[in-house]
Write a protein that binds this ligand. Sequence first.
Ligand code: ADP
Ligand code: MG
Length: 584
Amino acid sequence: MFLSNLKTVRKYVYNYRWTILSGAVALIITDCFGMSIPWLIKNAIDSIPAQKSNSTLFNYSVLIISAAILQGAFRYIWRLGLFGVARRIEYHLRNEYFTHLLKLQQSFYYKNRTGDIISRGTNDLNAVRDLVGPGALIFVDTITLITVSLSLMLYINWKLTLYCLIPMPLLTIVIYYVGDMIERTYEKMQQKLADLTDRVQENITGIRTIQAFRQEENEIRRFSKLSRNYVKYNIFMARVNGIEEPIIFFISGTSMNVLLYFGGLGVMNGTNSLGELVALSGYLMLLAWPLFGLGWLVNMYTRGIASMARIDEVLNTEPEIFDNDQCDRSIEKISGDVEFKGVNFVYPGKTVPALKNISFKIPAGKTLAITGPLGSGKSTICNLIPRFIEAGSGEITIGGHEIKKTPLKILRESIGYVRQEPFLFSDTIIENLRFGDNSADIEKIKRYAEISKISGDIEDFPEKYETMLGERGVTVSGGQKQRLAISRALLKNPKILIFDDTLSAVDTRTEEAILSELNKIMKNVTSIIISHRISSIMNADEIIVLDGGEIIERGSHRELIQNNGLYARTYQKQRLKFELETLE
Ligand code: ADP
Ligand code: MG
């Protein structure tokens, strides 16, 4: 019953099979001790009329107390076993989920909202844990209690027992309908929660934009609408659950009444003993819990299965970019010459290609510069090289090896990629820089901070290299971020360096200083520099001008100026602007 829809957790359940099994056995033993108590009480009561001394009664009370103590002891054992396993399975599943997220390509993150991904890894995961933990044990518990109690009751007095069962069919109906309603409501509830989480996350990230546009009121309104929606389904869920309890109470109460009436008559007529009546009522009370349990079980089962499906949806998303069977694992090192041969690329869901027939060759150690208007495809070229996205047609090779055949680890280790708006973690500066080289000591870090001209800024921070960045620390400017990111990329000691509009937030003088430092260490490094500022790319070995995904001009700075095209015009404009500024 449990495992068919739970393929993902099956392997973990298997790993803990002995713990689970012994937990289940302990649980059954606990139940047996519990169920022996009404039986003992029956025998004690029935022995009263024949009593001469109090020794028999005393013996019975010793037995009842021992049963209760043993019941407690075994309850402790199964709780430890089964709940512990559920927590461990939750731990493994959460790790599996997170590990999988790190493998998925960027397109997955364009398609799925962050809030949704987070809520699957938290709320849904908890629902699955509840199913494999409390759910599974309620299952064992319910089955044991119902079958054993009912058999004992039938054995004691089958007629009275059958009377007690008259109201039971009602229970099946309740459980069926309630279960159905819970299933439908739960799916919606999780979706609403994802909407809510997503909005919160976007609001926190976009807080400055919200405040700048004075959109606080609007956002609050939008948020409370989402929140109301979520509450609506929650209240409905509570209502469904709330109906269940009184009905079950009503059913077990009715059974008890039926038993007292017919059992009482029986005692008077002498068809059954008082002890039998007391024992049967004891078992009926024991049965009240598994009846609830059945309701819960249906609830947990439907939730758990729905949640497992939501988690599986992510886990079953195959990483599109990985080392497939074409991969040549003998490649252990790559040299830095990069070549594009007739590369085309179309973003998923778009019809206009972002890149058309791009070809170029950068010999190892040389510099290629790319310039062109916004949206012309510059970043797309950069994203193709570390295989963040995969080219539609054409061939990209590094060191003569097709990048598709190069192990992803080797490929990405060899590339230092700095984006226009780099991402830094909420951690200390030194830990952020160590992202490039986990074993770098402080001396090395300082040397690299000097190259990107950020060391002076760091020395001014309160705790220097130990200063926290981001939410829990100092906020750095766009230019400082860019320079930190450059140091981080250089620490990797990459073969290929990609600067995607990296120095845009740095003033011209600092840019020049950084570029001249870079020139010293970039002798053996192939570099691709994207910039709007002609001043920062004019010394490149080759310059490509892109427009609408096509190369419209190419050559050295001098050739392009003679060409008198877009490049030359842009250069003239920028020089004029610069001269005007210096005049002022
Ligand atoms: P550039 O870096 O030169 O400004 P890009 O390479 O970022 O240009 O974008 C080239 C084209 O591809 C643009 O038309 C842009 O709208 C489109 N584009 C970029 N990223 C995506 C994406 N993730 N999904 C769909 N289209 C994209
Ligand atoms: Mg770009």
